[in-house]
Design a protein around this ligand. Structure first.
Ligand SMILES: [Zn+2]
Length: 425
């Protein structure tokens, strides 16, 4: 049998949304060779219609009664844990143990139709290993961009305030994102790039899970130094940020995207729209599925909803992100679509946020984010029409990543045809 990599595959797509927000087309065939999309044609091609390599009979994947779209992106996950928000839980696991757990959460994320994610902080070393294992094809999972430890002020969100000094100093050494002035913030970024970070995460403000509140913790100058150090190496920077002053300073300092953004007001939104700064609203984080609505922090929830509406009105580029592993369980990512639509987005806008816009924010639009010739075959399918009701995106039945089928008829494949780099001839 030919390996999955060299196989020609035909997907018969009943409805194909290839490049949101362009409208979908009916009865299309996606021709996939070597894990990439070779072409897309009207109607259902059969094996004889194709110019597959001599003697090769292409395999047909019948999704003629399904809605087919590009694999989804989640701009904000924490695959290393599922803590319900307690960062100290991470210290009860070694990085090695966390890596093994992360493999399970990664697979669960892929099963939910998310073929590319950004891990914005897990154990200090965990995600580099997980990313390498998956991105090199040794294991089944979504493609991962890794931040590693966040850049944070001493005693700030992402550091661990309130611990004994001797415990704390050990953590500080391991985390290596803790900094205290422009020079140390710049150096912390360089250290993370040396470790292999794909993206840098700043903690511009405190956070609720660490009990450090919503106020600013990194100065404009510290953020500017960190951002410049990253940009000099072509690495993008995102920031966790709540208070308005901190969001404004981060945006002025040139940050590429803002996570959460509770204090986002009209003035900052205008600046973000002008500079092309992305906004990752993580609405589920403030309205988790498993919490009784009566017990939610209504003030924070109202802020997150108002930030979302303000950003949208100002024309800020909104990219999909959930904070999975923090406030919600891995695999539930698709529920963010419902939240976005409840706040006024059309389903098409929400899907665009999770495909084209997110791919652009990841710096990956040239290779994925749409289903077009030359791009990677990251393809998902659902029953029902998500343009009528986005809830369809919470039950993804088919997942292909890089031309390999990971999930079919709602069932994850065991992954035995994944590459075995240790195989002996
Ligand atoms: Zn987070």
């Amino acid at each position: 049998m030919a390996s999955a990599q060299s196989e020609t595959l035909l997907i018969h797509a009943g409805t194909l949304l290839s490049a949101p927000p362009a409208p979908p087309a009916k009865e299309q065939t996606i021709v996939i060779t070597d894990g990439k999309i070779e072409r897309i044609e009207n109607g259902y091609l059969s094996s004889v219609d194709t110019s597959a390599r001599a003697g090769e009979i292409p395999r047909i994947i019948d999704l003629s009664d399904r809605f087919v779209l590009p694999g989804l992106f989640d701009g904000h996950v924490h695959l290393g844990f599922q803590s319900g928000g307690n960062p100290l839980l991470g210290f009860r696991q070694s990085d090695s143990e966390q890596a093994l757990t992360a493999m399970i959460f990664a697979r669960r994320t892929l099963a939910a139709g998310f073929t590319t994610v950004r891990d914005l902080a897990s154990g200090p070393e965990t995600m580099y290993a997980v990313r390498n294992a998956i991105n090199t094809g040794r294991y089944m999972g979504p493609r991962i961009l890794v931040s590693g430890p966040p850049i944070t002020a001493r005693g700030g969100h992402g550091d661990y305030p309130g611990l004994r000094d001797d415990v704390w100093s050990n953590i500080e050494l391991r985390q290596s994102g803790v900094c205290w002035d422009e020079g140390s913030c710049r150096d912390a970024v360089r250290g993370l790039i040396r470790r292999g970070s794909d993206v840098i995460k700043l903690m511009a403000t405190g956070g609720f899970s660490s009990g450090t509140g919503p106020g600013q913790q990194l100065t404009y100058e510290e953020m500017k130094a960190a951002i410049n150090a990253a940009h000099m190496r072509d690495v993008r920077v995102t920031t966790h940020a709540y208070d308005t002053s901190a969001i404004r300073d981060a945006v002025r300092a040139g940050v590429d995207s803002v996570e959460h953004g509770l204090g986002l007001d009209r003035e900052v939104a205008r600046l973000m729209a002008l500079q092309g700064t992305y906004f990752v609203p993580t609405l589920l984080g403030y309205q988790p599925l498993h919490i009784d609505p009566a017990r939610l922090n209504q003030a924070v929830l109202a802020q997150s909803q108002s930030a979302f509406k303000t950003a949208r009105k100002a024309g800020v580029r909104i990219a999909f992100g959930t904070d999975a592993g923090g406030a919600i369980a891995h695999g539930k990512n698709g529920h963010e679509f419902e939240r976005m639509v409840a706040l006024g987005m059309t389903p098409m806008e929400a899907i665009t946020a999770a495909t084209v816009t997110a791919a652009e924010m990841f710096g990956m639009l040239a290779e994925s984010g749409t289903l077009e010739p030359g791009k990677r075959a990251d393809v998902i399918a659902v029953s029902g029409n998500p343009l009528d009701d986005v809830i369809a995106l919470t039950t993804v039945e088919f997942v292909m990543i890089g031309g390999k089928v990971a999930k079919q008829s709602g069932v994850m494949r065991p992954g035995e045809d994944w590459a075995d780099p240790f195989a002996h001839p």
